[in-house]
Write a protein that binds this ligand. Structure first.
Ligand code: ADP
Length: 419
């Protein structure tokens, strides 16, 4: 081969090589720009992520701050509740669902000499031998509604115990027990009762003397009495009788308060007791132009265990009211029914009188209550009769209730158990 041809071949080879290298460089450049684009996209993505993370961090910090604030607030509330619990001027115990003492305030120590720290966490039946023992039974009853009971712990310590179920929505979460020292109130109450009792006894004797003297004069035992004198003496006699009735009511109330009211309980026929009282009421009704009716049960009814003197007082009070609060031309009806299945006798006194105003009906059995309409028609009256009647009936394990409508009449009922 000639020298020139060899040189040409060599040149052509180099050019091809260069062309290949140039192509490769172009391809590489293309690849590199692709990589760059990808990296840029990734960088953008990273930036976006970073922003999101920063946002989330801030949100998290805010949430944490809120949680911290809520925690502080709830701790503040808890401290406030604890401070109220500790400073409450009465003994407080909180029992959980299992009757375990979960809180007790310092007054518990004053009342029972027990260190609250030592009883917290204990179930009340584990405290059997402690000074809380006398009222463990009361607490164990774990009431459904509010439950109240008085308890004499020792000579100079009477407590009023209130147990209140604590509810969260519908569920009972425990019982709050409030222990109130009522010793002072009880002493004052006793002194007041004793005072009323002494005064009433002292007044009864001279009033009885006045009654009998007036009666002798009115009967003419001490000589002739003129018409005018008789009129005055009659009025005095009626006023004196009213005073004797009031004194008797006061004495009955003091006996109720002292818890010594029933002392002559015997099995007897309620019809006989009713008939004795009804005889005098029938006359009084006739005098006032009121029709009087007594509906006895058709079948024989069992005898009941009663203090007949006291049950007569209930009859008398109900009959007096029915007659006094019914106008001339009205009607009073007494009925006695025996409910065998329920083992009780129900006595009802129905009248067609002035009735009791609806908004006053709740107070009818409370001491000294007198209806606004009753005061207008019947100025006499102590407002004690129904209070006494209720106490007597309840002491016999019976119930007393009524229905009444203004100007239509009232029906008072009381029940007595036969078993
Ligand atoms: P008193 O009759 O001496 O006022 P009560 O205790 O017997 O006392 O009665 C209390 C009140 O109840 C009466 O004053 C009267 O307002 C009302 N009340 C009782 N019974 C009747 C009745 N049958 N009809 C209307 N009101 C009555």
């Amino acid at each position: 081969m000639k020298k020139n041809s060899i040189k040409k071949i060599k040149e052509v080879g180099t050019l091809e090589e260069l062309d290949r290298i140039a192509k490769m460089l172009v391809r590489r450049d293309f690849e590199l720009s692709e990589i760059r684009e990808k990296r840029d996209a990734e960088l953008k993505e990273l930036e976006k992520r970073n922003k999101e993370i920063t946002g989330s961090r801030i949100a998290l910090m805010n949430i944490l701050e809120d949680v911290e604030k809520a925690k502080e607030k709830s701790e503040e509330e808890r401290d406030k509740t604890l401070a109220i619990f500790d400073n409450f001027p009465e003994g407080l115990l909180f029992l959980d669902k299992e009757n375990r003492i979960s809180s007790a305030n310092p007054d518990i120590k004053d009342l029972f000499g027990l260190d609250p720290e030592k009883i917290i966490g204990k179930r009340i039946d584990e405290l059997g031998k402690s000074s809380l023992a006398p009222f463990i039974d009361i607490l164990k009853e774990s009431p459904k509604g509010i439950y109240r009971k008085e308890l004499k712990l020792k000579e100079n310590l009477i407590l009023e115990i209130s147990a209140i179920p604590v509810m969260k929505v519908e569920e009972k979460i425990g019982t709050l027990i409030i222990l109130r020292d009522v010793t002072r109130e009880k002493i004052i109450e006793r002194l007041k009762t004793e005072f009323v009792s002494i005064v009433a006894h002292q007044l009864r004797t001279p009033l009885s003397a006045v009654k009998w003297t007036l009666k002798m004069i009115l009967d003419g035992d001490l000589g002739e009495v003129s018409k005018e004198q008789r009129e005055f003496l009659n009025k005095t006699y009626i006023s004196n009788e009213r005073m004797i009735r009031l004194i008797n009511d006061l004495l009955n109330i003091t006996r109720i308060e002292e818890g010594r009211f029933l002392y002559n309980v015997q099995k007897q026929s309620i019809i006989e007791v009713a008939e004795r009282v009804i005889a005098s009421s029938r006359e009084e009704a006739q005098r006032r132009g009121i029709r009087f009716e007594f509906k006895k049960p058709r079948k024989k009814i069992p005898e009941v265990k009663i203090d007949s003197e006291k049950i007569s007082l209930v009859f008398q009070n109900l009959l007096d009211n029915a007659i006094h609060y019914t106008k001339t031309g009205g009607h009073v009806k007494v009925s006695i029914d025996y409910l065998k299945d329920e083992e009780k006798i129900i006595i009802s006194v129905k009248d067609t009188g002035i009735g009791i105003l609806k908004d006053q009906q709740k107070r009818v059995f409370s001491r000294f209550f007198r209806g606004a309409n009753a005061i207008k028609t019947e100025t006499e009256g102590t407002g004690l009769g129904l209070f006494i009647a209720k106490n007597i009936v309840e002491a016999h394990n019976g119930k007393i209730w009524f229905e009444s409508r203004k100007n239509k009449g009232s029906t008072f009922h009381f029940s007595l158990p036969t078993s």
